[in-house]
Design a protein. Structure first.
Length: 365
């Protein structure tokens, strides 16, 4: 692994972090959670954060698309850590929740689990999520630690807000989390995001298959590692989730648990707007579509007829349709259509990264 350097900031990432596993207990169910954390801060920055009692910027919470593993898209997440004000990116992934209370299965359960995983990870780094309020009374236990509103933290710690960044299905999760935790998440960025249309699960799966064919052609254009990495991540993620659901499904006489990957696909086909996911706490919203993305088609989902030449009235109509409340209260809104298909954040990482950092106002000075 090559060193990633920022000469002006003296930050260095010498190696890719190992993916770690957590045992998550929620809603009378035991699940697996996986994560990486990328901390690009220098020792001087860490000491300054503790002394100040807060980080210089938000921690970036990166939310992956369907089936991806935390180590996927490292080209993007590592550079995000290097160039962001806080220098920290947390990438949590969990199995699809399918517990006893149906109100907290699928993405609704992920709203809880992904936030609690993030809190657990940051607590281990001496960082407390600012403004956190739980959204459910049910207890969440992570690696035998009961995650209450407050945890005992030895020594000094620093407060930090969060910026939620999501790719594909993760874009929908980013909006869900920003809706659920308005006091903690002040900025949201979505890349090639789900949530801007309604499909049935079969229809979405067919669209995904077609886009996969388009993506595969990139192997002949110098993007072989990006294509294979994404394909491998999805394969491992989907089959891993399914495999880990077989034994609990048999033990609990709940065959539906083995359909967890299908529940995940169905959740990605849900329309999200201010009627069901308004964002009362955000100050910055960034939405990025890939100009050649056939899965999340910018013309159909955003109403932009010519992706590379969006008209002002089309952009205004987009915000009025999906974010009328945020538009009326003066939130900083950024809509970008960038080169690339659904794999754009991998094949054009720097361009997407620039748009995210500029739109959230979180580029390190």
């Amino acid at each position: 692994m090559k060193n990633l350097r920022s000469g002006d900031f003296h930050r260095v990432l010498s190696q890719k972090p190992w993916m770690r596993r957590l045992k998550v207990e929620f809603n009378q169910e035991s699940l697996s959670g996986f994560y990486i954390v990328i901390d690009a801060r220098t020792e001087e920055e860490k000491e300054a954060d503790i002394e100040a009692g807060h980080l210089k910027g938000d921690v970036f919470l990166f939310l992956h698309g369907h089936g991806q593993r935390p180590t996927d898209l490292y080209k993007f997440t590592s550079r995000l850590a290097m160039r962001s004000s806080s220098g920290i990116v947390v990438v949590p992934v969990c199995d699809t929740p399918c517990g006893s209370d149906d109100r907290w299965i699928g993405d609704k359960g992920k709203d809880v689990i992904l936030m609690e995983m993030t809190r657990y990870i940051l607590y281990g780094m001496g960082i407390d999520v600012d403004g956190y309020e739980p959204i459910v009374d049910m207890q969440v236990v992570i690696d035998s630690t009961e995650m209450g509103k407050a945890l005992d933290m030895p020594g000094s710690y620093a407060k930090a807000g969060l910026t939620a960044v999501g790719w594909s299905h993760g874009g929908a999760l980013a909006r869900r989390l920003a809706h659920s935790y308005p006091a903690s998440i002040k900025s949201m960025a979505q890349m090639c995001p789900a949530g801007y249309g309604t499909w049935d699960a079969k229809g979405l799966l067919l669209k995904f298959s077609r886009e996969a064919l388009f993506i595969s052609r990139l192997m002949f254009k110098g993007y072989t590692s990006d294509v294979l990495g994404s394909a491998l991540g999805i394969t491992r993620g989907v089959f891993g989730d399914f495999a880990r659901a077989i034994l609990p499904g048999i033990k609990e006489s709940r065959p539906s648990k083995m359909l967890r990957p299908w529940i995940d696909i169905s959740d990605a086909a849900v329309l999200l707007d201010d009627s069901n996911m308004d964002l009362k706490g955000v100050e910055n919203i960034v939405v990025i579509f890939g100009a050649e993305d056939s899965l999340i088609n910018v013309s159909k989902q955003a109403g932009i007829k010519d992706p590379m030449n969006p008209r002002e009235e089309e952009i205004k109509a987009f915000w009025e349709r999906f974010y009328p409340k945020e538009l009326s209260r003066g939130v900083n809104l950024t809509l970008r259509i960038l080169p690339g298909n659904h794999l754009g954040p991998a094949t054009h990482a720097d361009i997407y990264l620039d748009a995210v950092l500029e739109g959230t106002g979180d580029t390190r000075e």
